[in-house]
Design a protein around this ligand. Structure first.
Ligand code: DAT
Ligand code: MG
Length: 140
Protein backbone atom coordinates (compact mmCIF):
# COMPACT_ATOMS: atom_id res chain seq x y z
CA UNK A 1 0.00 0.00 0.00
CA UNK A 2 1.21 3.46 -0.83
CA UNK A 3 1.36 6.60 1.27
CA UNK A 4 -2.15 8.05 1.48
CA UNK A 5 -3.90 11.05 2.99
CA UNK A 6 -7.15 10.92 4.88
CA UNK A 7 -9.43 13.49 6.44
CA UNK A 8 -10.08 13.48 10.18
CA UNK A 9 -12.21 15.49 12.59
CA UNK A 10 -11.77 15.70 16.35
CA UNK A 11 -15.43 16.22 17.24
CA UNK A 12 -17.10 18.63 19.72
CA UNK A 13 -17.41 16.08 22.56
CA UNK A 14 -13.61 15.67 22.46
CA UNK A 15 -12.60 19.34 22.07
CA UNK A 16 -14.92 20.18 25.00
CA UNK A 17 -13.03 17.70 27.19
CA UNK A 18 -9.55 18.90 26.07
CA UNK A 19 -8.74 15.59 24.35
CA UNK A 20 -7.08 17.00 21.20
CA UNK A 21 -3.56 16.15 22.37
CA UNK A 22 -4.43 12.64 23.56
CA UNK A 23 -6.19 11.86 20.27
CA UNK A 24 -3.31 13.23 18.21
CA UNK A 25 -0.93 11.05 20.25
CA UNK A 26 -2.94 7.98 19.15
CA UNK A 27 -2.59 9.01 15.50
CA UNK A 28 1.14 9.69 15.80
CA UNK A 29 1.80 6.43 17.67
CA UNK A 30 0.10 4.60 14.78
CA UNK A 31 2.45 6.23 12.25
CA UNK A 32 -0.01 8.85 10.99
CA UNK A 33 1.44 12.34 10.52
CA UNK A 34 -0.76 15.43 11.01
CA UNK A 35 0.01 17.36 7.80
CA UNK A 36 -2.75 19.96 8.21
CA UNK A 37 -4.86 20.99 11.17
CA UNK A 38 -7.24 23.79 12.12
CA UNK A 39 -9.74 24.48 14.85
CA UNK A 40 -13.04 25.78 13.53
CA UNK A 41 -16.63 26.15 14.70
CA UNK A 42 -19.03 24.85 12.03
CA UNK A 43 -22.48 26.32 11.53
CA UNK A 44 -25.32 23.79 11.50
CA UNK A 45 -25.63 24.34 7.73
CA UNK A 46 -21.93 23.60 7.17
CA UNK A 47 -22.19 20.46 9.31
CA UNK A 48 -25.24 19.44 7.27
CA UNK A 49 -23.33 19.90 4.02
CA UNK A 50 -20.41 17.82 5.29
CA UNK A 51 -22.72 14.98 6.45
CA UNK A 52 -25.24 15.26 3.58
CA UNK A 53 -24.74 11.56 2.71
CA UNK A 54 -26.64 10.86 5.97
CA UNK A 55 -29.49 13.33 5.25
CA UNK A 56 -32.15 10.60 5.19
CA UNK A 57 -31.00 8.91 8.40
CA UNK A 58 -33.12 9.45 11.53
CA UNK A 59 -30.17 10.85 13.50
CA UNK A 60 -29.19 13.49 10.88
CA UNK A 61 -30.63 16.55 12.64
CA UNK A 62 -29.13 15.54 15.98
CA UNK A 63 -25.78 14.85 14.26
CA UNK A 64 -25.71 18.34 12.66
CA UNK A 65 -26.69 20.04 15.95
CA UNK A 66 -23.91 18.15 17.72
CA UNK A 67 -21.25 18.94 15.10
CA UNK A 68 -22.11 22.66 15.42
CA UNK A 69 -22.29 22.61 19.24
CA UNK A 70 -18.61 23.44 19.89
CA UNK A 71 -15.35 23.80 17.93
CA UNK A 72 -13.92 20.89 15.97
CA UNK A 73 -10.35 20.20 14.87
CA UNK A 74 -10.24 19.43 11.14
CA UNK A 75 -7.13 17.52 10.09
CA UNK A 76 -5.36 15.76 7.26
CA UNK A 77 -3.44 12.62 8.30
CA UNK A 78 -0.76 11.11 6.09
CA UNK A 79 0.88 7.69 6.20
CA UNK A 80 1.07 4.17 4.83
CA UNK A 81 -2.49 2.97 4.14
CA UNK A 82 -3.74 6.03 6.06
CA UNK A 83 -7.47 5.62 5.38
CA UNK A 84 -7.71 2.08 6.77
CA UNK A 85 -5.14 2.70 9.48
CA UNK A 86 -7.07 5.72 10.75
CA UNK A 87 -10.34 3.72 10.81
CA UNK A 88 -8.49 1.09 12.86
CA UNK A 89 -7.17 3.62 15.37
CA UNK A 90 -10.65 5.22 15.62
CA UNK A 91 -12.49 1.98 16.39
CA UNK A 92 -16.10 1.07 15.60
CA UNK A 93 -18.75 3.80 15.24
CA UNK A 94 -20.49 2.64 18.42
CA UNK A 95 -17.96 2.78 21.29
CA UNK A 96 -19.65 -0.26 22.84
CA UNK A 97 -18.35 -2.26 19.84
CA UNK A 98 -14.91 -0.60 19.60
CA UNK A 99 -11.77 -2.63 20.30
CA UNK A 100 -9.81 -1.85 23.46
CA UNK A 101 -7.16 0.82 22.93
CA UNK A 102 -9.00 2.57 20.10
CA UNK A 103 -9.93 6.25 20.34
CA UNK A 104 -13.65 5.53 20.49
CA UNK A 105 -13.26 2.78 23.11
CA UNK A 106 -11.26 5.15 25.31
CA UNK A 107 -12.96 8.49 24.74
CA UNK A 108 -16.33 8.32 22.93
CA UNK A 109 -19.42 9.13 24.97
CA UNK A 110 -22.05 7.44 22.75
CA UNK A 111 -22.67 6.31 19.17
CA UNK A 112 -23.64 9.90 18.27
CA UNK A 113 -20.91 11.67 20.25
CA UNK A 114 -18.02 9.46 19.28
CA UNK A 115 -15.02 11.84 19.36
CA UNK A 116 -13.66 11.42 15.82
CA UNK A 117 -14.56 11.28 12.13
CA UNK A 118 -12.40 9.56 9.53
CA UNK A 119 -12.88 9.22 5.77
CA UNK A 120 -14.02 5.79 4.60
CA UNK A 121 -12.53 5.62 1.06
CA UNK A 122 -10.06 7.42 -1.25
CA UNK A 123 -12.85 9.34 -3.05
CA UNK A 124 -14.45 10.62 0.17
CA UNK A 125 -11.02 11.45 1.61
CA UNK A 126 -10.22 13.63 -1.43
CA UNK A 127 -13.63 15.36 -1.29
CA UNK A 128 -13.51 15.95 2.46
CA UNK A 129 -9.93 17.31 2.39
CA UNK A 130 -10.92 19.73 -0.40
CA UNK A 131 -14.00 20.89 1.55
CA UNK A 132 -11.84 22.04 4.50
CA UNK A 133 -8.34 22.77 3.15
CA UNK A 134 -6.60 24.42 0.21
CA UNK A 135 -3.55 22.70 -1.28
CA UNK A 136 -1.32 25.36 0.28
CA UNK A 137 -2.39 24.27 3.77
CA UNK A 138 -1.22 20.66 3.33
CA UNK A 139 2.33 20.51 4.63
CA UNK A 140 3.73 17.00 4.27
P1 DAT B 1 -18.44 6.59 11.07
O1 DAT B 1 -18.31 7.94 11.75
O2 DAT B 1 -17.85 5.48 11.91
O3 DAT B 1 -17.92 6.59 9.66
P2 DAT B 1 -21.13 6.65 9.93
O4 DAT B 1 -20.50 7.25 8.72
O5 DAT B 1 -22.02 5.46 9.76
O6 DAT B 1 -20.00 6.25 11.01
O7 DAT B 1 -21.99 7.74 10.69
C1 DAT B 1 -21.55 9.09 10.76
C2 DAT B 1 -21.82 9.61 12.14
O8 DAT B 1 -23.23 9.64 12.39
C3 DAT B 1 -21.27 8.74 13.29
O9 DAT B 1 -19.89 8.97 13.54
C4 DAT B 1 -22.14 9.15 14.43
C5 DAT B 1 -23.50 9.35 13.76
N1 DAT B 1 -24.29 8.11 13.86
C6 DAT B 1 -24.13 6.98 13.13
N2 DAT B 1 -25.01 6.03 13.49
C7 DAT B 1 -25.77 6.60 14.49
C8 DAT B 1 -26.85 6.15 15.30
N3 DAT B 1 -27.35 4.92 15.15
N4 DAT B 1 -27.36 7.00 16.22
C9 DAT B 1 -26.88 8.25 16.37
N5 DAT B 1 -25.85 8.75 15.63
C10 DAT B 1 -25.30 7.93 14.72
MG1 MG C 1 -18.59 7.57 7.99
Amino acid sequence: MAIQRTFSIIKPDATRRNLTGKINAKFEEAGLRVVAQKRIHLSKAQAGEFYKVHAERPFYDELCEFMASAPIVAQVLEGEDAIAKNREVMGATNPADADAGTIRAEFAESVGENSVHGSDAPETAAEEIAYFFSGLELVG
